[in-house]
Every structure is written in structure tokens, then in C-alpha cells.
Design a protein around this ligand. Structure first.
Ligand SMILES: *Cc1c(COP(=O)(O)O)cnc(C)c1O
Length: 495
């Protein structure tokens, strides 16, 4: 499998999976995409149903990472997707399911379910991909006798997922910038209580944007980056996207009972029953993986993009206008991991929508850089969106509160604020006979304050998170100056 840039400049020398594993953007500023999508057969899909999560992940990954041998991939996925790592399951099935599908109930002539993606160490879905990335990085670095210093910025979920994935990994150090005193006590405790010697928490005296600006300044300093082998783990990382493809398959495979599979034992792919997914979305990484699963042949009816008040994506799918927001227009909401001003993986879908015409993609994203967006309203491309199954919706704080209350009252299930955005929007797109699966992207304990507002009490805390706020914290407070952060990285980097 070879990879090219969405903007075309890398077309001359396509890269392999391991070539692009440690990198971020393609050299021309585009994102890496596979040259074409591997297609599954109906028999393969039926075979997948006999596999556990780690084996399924190995099958899917092997299609995209054919430069890693099978046995190595099998060992890496086996080590990643264990019941021990994904032990925080609260409802359906055994932890060995990794991503259990739990049915809420019947609505609109179909079943509404949650795919539990947040049973990992940081209680958010980013663990699903990041844990694999940790093991892939360790493998690739050992192979090349190399080291890597990951520098990142976080306002919560991404940073802690990265730290829990990279802790103790040979050859890797993590320097994670977070805004000083701006995260919740729970989030701070989650990150700062790690005492692994390869993890460095830097609390920047500023806001999240300052942290991001510093990371950008370091990225733009090519000499510094090369000297200290600086890398990132942000959401555009291709391996993260591929890792997320796996659970769309897993959700599909769990959506039908034995009788339904029996009835389709000989059916071709086109005749297999379909499901729809609703995805609480920010940077478009998660739902992009759903798009890829669909392009591989997984029978998906709709991909419902759910946003909060930061509705860049909802606006695009409704009107065709992609318009990035200014910092002033970007709202702080009670589903904070979806508070984005632009959707950094969106270009991957535009590449397919433009039928892989990389010159047009480059033009569109030059317009984003120079004019803040582009508008496909009234063009053939806008009509083509529906052939990809995408629809969208947005919700707001009042919707989240009402949805959390309703799901608690009706189904005795506490959902988090991001999942509430998903359930709220999913209900607008229920179709009789098409199971609707909402991706549960975080556990409610991470957003206790809003749960209290909705339900009058704090959510239950998993046993091993009780009292984490009292643990000793390991963090260095730094001024919001790139030079000071660079000096810290230089002093503590892996050599
Ligand atoms: C990151 C995150 C999202 C958004 O996912 P994207 O891949 O950025 O679209 C949604 N919910 C939670 C809890 C998250 O951490």
C-alpha cells in the first residue's frame, strides 16, 4: 500500500506506511492518503465475525501497513487491545470485547445503541488509536535504532491519551504543553500524576492557543526539529485514522444477531444489511475513519456528523460552505473536545469528493488559508456528498442537558456530554430497520460538573480513579515563550 499527499506533490515518490508513521503533514502541506482503498468481500466480512478485536485489528491494519510483517502486526495488536488496558467497561459484555455494543432501546422503528469506545486508560476514545500508536512507534524506532521526542499541545483528551500510550516506551519522550490552571482538576490529575521518566508535563502560563502557537513555532524551526528528532501525534496522523477504522467493523459485526447472519450466509456485499453511525465530531478524524470503512465496502447507510455549537462541519454538510472560524468565533462549550475552529482531517474527505484531483484540493485549501474557506453550494460536488452517506446536525448546551436526562430516565444510562451531542443528532436520522450506532467517545466522569447540572449528582467514578486528585503531580510551569520550551526540550530530549 502506497500513500500520496492530498495536494499531489508527493505523487512522484509514494511513501509506505512506515515512511509516514512518525510524520505529520506531507511536505506540500497536504495529508497522506492511500493510493486506493482496499476492498473487502462478503465472505471476508463473515469471517471477521469469528475474530476477537485484536485479530480483527490485525486484518484491517495489514491491508494498510503491508510493510510490517503479519506476525509483527499480530503481536502489536495483541499487545494493544487487551481486556486489561480496556477494563473500564460499565455496561455491556466482557472487557475482552474492547468496544462492546450496548443497546439503549427501540426508537423510530430501529435499535439505538452505543459503541463503547472509552474503556481505555484515559476514558476517552482517543485511547483506541493512541495505544496502538505507542506500540507502532516503539517498533519503528527499534527497527531504525532511532529516538523520537514528541512535542504536543493539549486542552485535555489528546494529551493524556498520548501520555498513557507513550509512557515507558523505549526511544520515546513526550513533552506535553497544557494551559496552566485551565483544565479540570480531574484532567490535571490524569496527566500530571504520571511519574514515568519519559513523560514531561509543561504547564504554559497562557491559554490553549498559546500552547499551540509554541508547538507550531517548534515545528517551523526545521533545524531544531531535525537536531532533536521532534515529532507529533496529532489527529492528522494516518495510523491513528486507520486504527479507528477497526471499530466501525466491530460495531457492524455486533449489530445483528445470529439469525440475521444466517439469513445472509451467501449474500453478496450489496445485499448485506446496513447500519448507520453517528459520530460526535471535532477534527473529523473519527468520522473520516467511518468514511474509509464505508469506502472499503462496509455496509454503512449513513454517517451522521454531530457537532456542538462549533458547527463548521454541520454548516458544510448542510450548505456546502466550509468556513473556518476565528478564535473569537470559537465557543467554549460543555463538550470541549469538539470545540474546534477548523477540522484538520476534513481535507481527506475533500480529496475523495474531488475524485482525487489534488490540484483542486490544493486550490481549495489555499482558499482556506487566504480567504478562510470555500463554498461548494450549488456545484455537482455538493450533490455528490449524499453518495458518501454523510448527513449532519448540531446541538447545544440545552440539548445536551435534555439528552443526558432523557437517556438516564429512559434507559438508566449516564452518557457524557459529547456522546449526548451524538444521541441528540442521531435521533433526527433514525430509519426503520437500519440500526443506529452512536459512538460513545468519553465517559461521563470526565465531565462531572455538567452531569451534575443534568442529573443532580456526580457520575460514578471507576474504582482506580478514586482520589487521583490527591496524588503527587509532576509538572513544570513555563512562560508562554517558544524559546523557553525549546530550551526545556533540548535539555531533556532522548538522544
Ligand atoms: C477528540 C474527541 C472528539 C472529536 O473527535 P474528532 O476525531 O476530532 O472528530 C469527540 N469526543 C471526544 C470525547 C473527544 O475526545
Amino acid at each position: 500500500m502506497k500513500y500520496v499527499s492530498t495536494r499531489g506533490a508527493a505523487a512522484g515518490q509514494p511513501h509506505s506506511f512506515l515512511d509516514i508513521l512518525l510524520g505529520g503533514l506531507a511536505p506540500d502541506g497536504g495529508l497522506f492518503m492511500p493510493l486506493d482503498y482496499p476492498r473487502i468481500t462478503a465472505d471476508e466480512l463473515r469471517h471477521f465475525r469469528t475474530l476477537d478485536y485484536a485479530a480483527l485489528a490485525c486484518e484491517i491494519l495489514a491491508k494498510f501497513a503491508d510493510d510490517i510483517d503479519r506476525d509483527t502486526l499480530a503481536a502489536l495488536t495483541r499487545r494493544t487491545y487487551t481486556a486489561e488496558v480496556y477494563r473500564h467497561t460499565r455496561r455491556a459484555g466482557p472487557a475482552s470485547d474492547i468496544t462492546p455494543l450496548s443497546t439503549l432501546g427501540s426508537e423510530g422503528g430501529t435499535t439505538l445503541s452505543l459503541l463503547e469506545l472509552s474503556n481505555g486508560p484515559t476514558l476517552a476514545f482517543k485511547d483506541m488509536a493512541m495505544q496502538l500508536l505507542g506500540n507502532l512507534f516503539e517498533h519503528a524506532l527499534a527497527r531504525d535504532h532511532a529516538t523520537l521526542n514528541i512535542v504536543g499541545a493539549t486542552s485535555g483528551d489528546t494529551g493524556s491519551a498520548a501520555e498513557y500510550a507513550m509512557r515507558g516506551k523505549r526511544g520515546v519522550r513526550v513533552f506535553m504543553l497544557s494551559p496552566h490552571n485551565k483544565m479540570s482538576a480531574f484532567q490535571r490529575a490524569q496527566m500530571y500524576s504520571l511519574d514515568d521518566p519519559n513523560i514531561f508535563n509543561l504547564a504554559v502560563q497562557g491559554v490553549f492557543d498559546d500552547c499551540q502557537d509554541i508547538v507550531k513555532a517548534i515545528s517551523n524551526d526545521a533545524a531544531f526539529k531535525a537536531r532533536h528528532r521532534v515529532g507529533t501525534v496529532n489527529s492528522i496522523n494516518w495510523a491513528r485514522v486507520v486504527a479507528q477504522v477497526v471499530y466501525y467493523f466491530k460495531g457492524y459485526l455486533a449489530a445483528f444477531d445470529d439469525a440475521a447472519w444466517q439469513a445472509h450466509a451467501e449474500a453478496p456485499l450489496e445485499a448485506m444489511p446496513k447500519v448507520s453511525f453517528t459520530v460526535p465530531s471535532g477534527n473529523f478524524g473519527n468520522v473520516c475513519a467511518g468514511h474509509i470503512a464505508r469506502m472499503m465496502g462496509l455496509p454503512i447507510a449513513r454517517l451522521v456528523v454531530a457537532t456542538n455549537e462549533n458547527d463548521v462541519l454541520d454548516e458544510f454538510f448542510r450548505t456546502g460552505a466550509y468556513r473556518v472560524r476565528s478564535a473569537a468565533e470559537t465557543r467554549q462549550t460543555t463538550s470541549p473536545s469538539m470545540d474546534i475552529s477548523k477540522a484538520s482531517n476534513f481535507e481527506r474527505f475533500v480529496f475523495d469528493l474531488f475524485e482525487r484531483d489534488s490540484a483542486r484540493v490544493a486550490g481549495a485549501f489555499e482558499a482556506v488559508a487566504s480567504q478562510g474557506g470555500f463554498d461548494l453550494g450549488g456545484t455537482p460536488e455538493f450533490d455528490a456528498i449524499k453518495h458518501y452517506g454523510f448527513v449532519s446536525g448540531r446541538s447545544n448546551h440545552a440539548d445536551r442537558i435534555a439528552t443526558i436526562r432523557d437517556v438516564d430516565a429512559r434507559y438508566r444510562t449516564t452518557i457524557d456530554t459529547h456522546t449526548a451531542d451524538g444521541v441528540c443528532v442521531a435521533r433526527r436520522y433514525l430509519e426503520p430497520g437500519v440500526p443506529m450506532i452512536v459512538l460513545e467517545t468519553a465517559q461521563p466522569v470526565k465531565f462531572g460538573e455538567t452531569i451534575r447540572e443534568a442529573l443532580g449528582h456526580e457520575p460514578d467514578r471507576p474504582a482506580d480513579f478514586v482520589g487521583i486528585e490527591a496524588l503527587p503531580q509532576h509538572v513544570t510551569v513555563v512562560p508562554a515563550e517558544a524559546e523557553r520550551v525549546k530550551a526545556f526540550v533540548a535539555e531533556h530530549s532522548a538522544d
